[in-house]
Structures are given as structure tokens and as C-alpha cells.
Ligand binder design. Structure first.
Ligand code: NAD
Ligand code: MG
Length: 401
């Protein structure tokens, strides 16, 4: 029995109660002979985590909020599950010597420190939390290399790009696109719920309309980001760091059907695309089992279903946040850190109904304009830039009211 158990790969799920977290548990439940849940980590949702803890019996549960941990501790008092709280505990668990795989699926900047802890411990890190890479790209990727961590992209586009890349690029042995014959990355996006809506009515978009994505079921923050296409902007920056390339090597293509999840165009004229259902269990299963393949519970594509397959260029008047993010990518780390922070604050304010849909862009743009962009070398400088931009965004929102 003990031999069998030791063969199971031990998985920590950061953001277990969320959309990616629950999809990860679903894939694990289909592959119990390979994976065991070592720890569940989340913010404050006691109800969901309690249910998951009773089902998956992890060794640890870590909650951001102390009151959530206290409540869970009471509910789990007759089990051997240890309940902890706070960021330090999350980092310790992500770096625990018995852990093999860390799923990074906390939403926003809150994911950075636990993800870096996993990287520094040389784990296999499955990265859904794109914000951590947008905040700290160079530092993050340098640490991956330095500590010998294995980084696998879970964001569906980046997972698709990774799958379409030559093996030398996947293994990070070669990052020069020219040397492996790559012309560019084609980063696809659906265009979200407002692809065809009259642009003049966008300022009246409600929260309910913004979070209703036509193809993907996701958390609220990324759903709003998809509606503004800031999500594609963050993904543009994410791709630059993950694949060690330049902004000119990446082109955004609108593909409303979300069946092609991104492509790589080669110098010989070939384009390699990865296709599948819009279901995050596919990239999650890919990341868990890489380089092998496992069942993800995803139904196969039926090509007779696919009548329309369309592609267009993004319209920046409709998606000014996308343009802003690409500009920030060209400006460098300070700009993307500031933009990510501003966007977290403006999206939260929109979700709280304190600002309108188009104000998200206005706040983001103003924060970028008013930020002093200097080189960010250390984690302290990055976190400092993040806090400054958050304060600026809060001020701008308060001034609007
Ligand atoms: P979600 O809102 O559904 O879940 C977020 C999770 O983070 C929850 O478990 C929540 O408890 C936890 N959390 C929030 N704040 C925390 C904190 N301070 N400390 C610890 N835990 C905290 O979000 P989601 O849709 O699952 O997205 C998670 C991440 O994955 C995001 O970065 C998102 O951009 C990325 N992503 C999601 C999808 C998707 O389909 N949902 C696709 C690609 C990438
Ligand atoms: Mg994506």
C-alpha cells in the first residue's frame, strides 16, 4: 500500500475553489491511479473547500482568510487534515518537499508569491495565473531557469502554442524563433460577448452581460477581462515571457468559435494549430501528464458540427484595453506591472457597480499615464510598483464618483 501511495504524484491546487481549481480536481478524480491531492489552497470559500476536503482528503488545507481557516478547522476536527492560513503558509505548502506538481490558479496578483515559492522549490508548475507573469515576467522566468522548475502553460492559448512548438522550444533548449523556423505566434481570442454589439452602447454594458462569456465558463474577473479583451492583452504579455519572444512575433487573431486555441506559423508556410472543445480540462490534463496524455473527460470534437470557422483582426476602438496592454508590453516590466494592478482594481470596481464598463479602460489608461516607469529588478520593486498603481487606480475611481 505504501509503495503504491508513494508512486502517486502529489498535487497542490492554488485556487482550488475556483473555476480552474474545480476543473483540476475533476481531471484528478478521473486519474486517481496517478495523482493525489496534497493540499487545497483558496481565499475564503469555506463551503466549497469543505466539500472538496472531505472528498479528496488532502494532507493540508490553506485559506487566505484566518476566519475561514478557523471555521474549516472546526468542521474538519475529526479528520487528520491540517488547516492553515495566510500567504506564508501557502508558500510553505507550495514548496513542500513531498509535492510534485503545483497548479497555480489563484486569481490576480495574490497568486504571485505562492507560485514563485513553487518555482523556487523546482516544482512542476502548471501556470493558469497569468497575472503573476504579467507582473514579474523576467524575474519569474529567470527563477524558473535558475531553480530548474518545469513550467507548463495552462491558459488555453499558451497551452495550444506550447503544443504547436518544436520540441527544442518546449524543453527551453532553444528560444530563437529564427533558428527553429518560426515566423510568428498567432494568438487567438473569441472577442468575448461584445464582438458584434454597437460600440456606442458599450458604456451601458451591465455586470451580468459582461460576465456571460459565449464559449467559456470562467471566474468573474477573467470573464470581464475577456469582455474588454484585456484578457488577450494580458495573454500577449504572458506569451512574450513564456516563449521568450518580442511583441512583433505575436499577432492577435479573432476566432469567435474558440475551437482553434492558437497557432504557430512557420517560415516554410506551415501553420500548426491546436484544436479542441472550449474546456479547460484539456490543457489541465495536458499539463498534469506532460509529456504523456490522459483522459480529461472532454468530449471529442465533431467536425460535422463546425460549419462556420471565421477569423478577423481585432478592432481597437472596440477593445482599447487590448491596445493598451500591447503598448505596455512594448514599454516594459514597470508598465505591465502597473497595468495589471490598475486592471484588477478597475475590474473589481466595475463588478461592484462603482464604475461603468468603459471606465475600466479609462482608469487603466490614466494609471499607466501617471505611473513613473523605471526598471524593476527585484521582487520588492515589483510589489512596490503594484501597490502604487493600485493606490492610483483607487484615487481615480474615487475622483470619478
Ligand atoms: P475564480 O475566481 O473562479 O477562482 C479564483 C480562486 O482563487 C478561488 O479559489 C479563490 O478562493 C482563490 N483566491 C482568490 N484570492 C485569493 C487569495 N488572496 N489567496 C488565495 N486564494 C485566493 O478564477 P478562475 O477563473 O479559476 O481563474 C484563476 C486563474 O486562472 C486566473 O489567473 C485566470 O486568469 C486564470 N485562467 C482561468 C481560465 C478559466 O477558464 N477560468 C482560463 C485561463 C486562465
Ligand atoms: Mg486564455
Amino acid at each position: 500500500m505504501s509503495v503504491e501511495l508513494s508512486q502517486l504524484e502529489q498535487v497542490v491546487i492554488l485556487g482550488a475553489s475556483g473555476s480552474i481549481g474545480t476543473s483540476t480536481l475533476d481531471v484528478i478524480s478521473r486519474n486517481k491511479e496517478r495523482y493525489d491531492v496534497f493540499a487545497l489552497v483558496a481565499g475564503s470559500n469555506v463551503e466549497v473547500i469543505l466539500k472538496q476536503a472531505l472528498e479528496y482528503k488532502p494532507r493540508y488545507v490553506v485559506m487566505q482568510e484566518a476566519h475561514a481557516a478557523t471555521s474549516l478547522r472546526e468542521h474538519l476536527s475529526n479528520t487528520s487534515i491540517e488547516v492553515l492560513s495566510g500567504t506564508d503558509a501557502m508558500c510553505d505548502i507550495a514548496a513542500h518537499p513531498d509535492v510534485d506538481i503545483v497548479m497555480s490558479a489563484i486569481v490576480g496578483a495574490a497568486g504571485l508569491l505562492p507560485t514563485l515559492a513553487a518555482v523556487e522549490a523546482g516544482k512542476k508548475v502548471l501556470l493558469a495565473n497569468k497575472e503573476s507573469l504579467v507582473m514579474s515576467g523576467k524575474l519569474f522566468m529567470d527563477k524558473v531557469k535558475h531553480h530548474g522548475a518545469t513550467l507548463l502553460p495552462i491558459d488555453s492559448e499558451h497551452n495550444a502554442i506550447f503544443q504547436c512548438m518544436p520540441a527544442q522550444v518546449q524543453r527551453a533548449e532553444q528560444t530563437n524563433f529564427n533558428a527553429v523556423g518560426i515566423r510568428k505566434i498567432l494568438l487567438t481570442g473569441s472577442g468575448g460577448p461584445f464582438l458584434t454589439r454597437d460600440v456606442n452602447t458599450l458604456k451601458a454594458v451591465t455586470v451580468e452581460e459582461a460576465v456571460a462569456h459565449p464559449n467559456w465558463s470562467m471566474g468573474r474577473k477573467i470573464s470581464v477581462d475577456s469582455a474588454t479583451m484585456m484578457n488577450k492583452g494580458l495573454e500577449f504579455i504572458e506569451a512574450k515571457w513564456l516563449f521568450d519572444c518580442q511583441p512583433d512575433d505575436i499577432e492577435v487573431v479573432i476566432h469567435p468559435q474558440s475551437m482553434i486555441h492558437s497557432m504557430v506559423q512557420y517560415q516554410d508556410g506551415s501553420v500548426i494549430a491546436q484544436m479542441g472543445q472550449p474546456d479547460m480540462r484539456t490543457p489541465i490534463a495536458y499539463g498534469l501528464a506532460y509529456p504523456e496524455r490522459i483522459d480529461a473527460g472532454v468530449k471529442p470534437l465533431d467536425f460535422s458540427d463546425m460549419r462556420d470557422f471565421t477569423f478577423t483582426h481585432p478592432d481597437y476602438a472596440r477593445y482599447p484595453n487590448l491596445k493598451l496592454a500591447i503598448e505596455a508590453c512594448r514599454l516594459g516590466q514597470a508598465a505591465t506591472t502597473a497595468l495589471n494592478a490598475a486592471n484588477e482594481i478597475s475590474v473589481a470596481a466595475f463588478l461592484d457597480k462603482r464604475i461603468g464598463f468603459m471606465d475600466i479602460f479609462r482608469v487603466n489608461e490614466q494609471v499607466l499615464e501617471h505611473s513613473t516607469l523605471k526598471d524593476l529588478e527585484s521582487l520588492e520593486e515589483i510589489l512596490d510598483m503594484d501597490s502604487q498603481a493600485r493606490r492610483l487606480a483607487q484615487q481615480m475611481i474615487a475622483n470619478q464618483g
